[in-house]
Ligand binder design. Structure first.
Ligand code: ADP
Ligand code: MG
Ligand code: MG
Length: 198
C-alpha cells in the first residue's frame, strides 16, 4: 500500500462517517445517549485533517498514530475501543502486509478490543461486526462479500439484547434496535472494501 492509498482510505472513511453521522446518532438516541455520530465524526475528521502525516508513515506506525488520535478525539466508550483496534492492528501488522498477515493482525486487534471492553460476541456491540468480518477474511471471502457480511452482522444486532455499554442499562428494551457501534463498524468495512476492491 502506498502513502496515496492510505490517504485515500482515511479520507473515504472520514467522509463515510460524516455522511452517516445523523444516522449513527439516531441509532444511539434509541438505546444510548445519542452522541455516537458526533463522537465518530469528531474523531475521523481529526484523522482526516492529518491524513498526509499518517500516510507518510510506514503502515504499522500510521495505524498506531491513527489509533492514538482516535482515543484522544472520539471520546465515549467507543473512542478507546476503536483506538485500541487501530493501535493493536499497528502493533501486529507488517510494513507490507499480505492477506494472511492482515487477517492475523486483525484477529489480534479484535482480541485487544474485547479485552479492553471486557466484552465478547453476542453482547450487541461493535464486536458483533468485527468478528464475522475477521472470519470472512480468514475464510477467503472477496471484499464485496465481506462488505455484505458486515452489513448483515450489524443488522443481526437488532434482535440482540445489549449486555455491554449504555444500551445494557435498558435490558430487554434494547432489543429491536441496531447497535450504533456495530453500524459504524460495518460502514467503515464497506468503505475500506470499496476502495481496496477498486
Ligand atoms: P458512549 O456509549 O460512551 O456514549 P458511543 O455512543 O460513542 O459511546 O459508542 C457506543 C458504542 O460503543 C456501542 O454502540 C457499542 O458498539 C460500543 N461499546 C460500548 N461498550 C462496549 C464494550 N464494553 N465492548 C465493545 N463495544 C462497546
Ligand atoms: Mg453514545
Ligand atoms: Mg456518550
Amino acid at each position: 500500500m502506498t502513502a496515496l492509498d492510505l490517504s485515500r482510505l482515511i479520507t473515504a472513511a472520514a467522509d463515510a462517517i460524516a455522511a452517516h453521522a445523523e444516522e449513527l446518532t439516531a441509532l444511539d438516541q434509541a438505546i444510548g445517549d445519542g452522541d455516537h455520530g458526533l463522537n465518530m465524526k469528531r474523531g475521523f475528521d481529526a484523522v482526516r485533517a492529518e491524513a498526509d502525516v499518517f500516510a507518510a508513515k510506514p503502515m504499522p506506525d500510521a495505524l498506531k498514530a491513527i489509533g492514538t488520535k482516535l482515543v484522544m478525539t472520539v471520546g465515549g466508550a467507543s473512542g478507546p475501543l476503536f483506538g485500541t483496534l487501530f493501535m493493536a492492528l499497528g502493533k501486529e501488522i507488517s510494513v507490507e502486509p499480505d492477506r494472511a498477515n492482515l487477517t492475523a493482525a486483525f484477529g489480534k486487534a479484535i482480541d485487544a478490543v474485547a479485552a479492553r471492553g471486557k466484552s465478547q460476541v453476542g453482547q450487541k456491540t461493535m464486536l458483533d461486526v468485527l468478528r464475522p468480518v475477521h472470519d470472512a477474511l480468514a475464510g477467503g471471502r472477496t471484499v464485496a462479500e465481506i462488505a455484505d457480511i458486515a452489513d448483515a452482522a450489524a443488522e443481526a444486532t437488532v434482535q440482540m439484547k445489549a449486555l455491554r455499554g449504555r444500551a445494557s442499562f435498558l435490558g430487554d428494551r434494547s432489543i429491536g434496535h441496531m447497535d450504533a457501534g456495530a453500524r459504524s463498524t460495518a460502514l467503515l468495512v464497506r468503505t475500506l472494501a470499496q476502495i481496496i476492491g477498486g
